[in-house]
Design a protein around this ligand. Sequence first.
Ligand SMILES: [Ca+2]
Ligand SMILES: [Ca+2]
Length: 128
Amino acid sequence: MPEGLLLKDLNKDGKVDRVVAEKNGVTVAMGKGNGDFGPPVLFPTEKDNGGIAAADLDGDKNVDLVTTNFKTSKISILKGSGMGGFGPATVCQVGKGAYEVALGDLNGDAKPDIVLADVDGLIVLLAK
Ligand SMILES: [Ca+2]
Ligand SMILES: [Ca+2]
């Protein structure tokens, strides 16, 4: 499976940071604002990440991450510190072979919901 990549300002310094979904976790590299990035730091997740998405899931104004783990049909959720760090991954069993993830408010309550694409179709997890 391809590895996911996203660009998002994780530490609120106005400079876009880089997150890559990799085999053993996600690597985060802080952007310098000139197209260059600092050294990548690994945050462990479930193995073999595919998709990755970022949004503030718990409303603390810090960007959180969700990755999909195709082989084990799991997703990993990492809560952001707001300074580029992430806490230990919360791993959940979801569906069958989720490979892509998107985050967005689907029901208008201003909380981002999780949408997964897996081998059977789409799975929607509404935020509570
Ligand atoms: Ca930044
Ligand atoms: Ca958050």
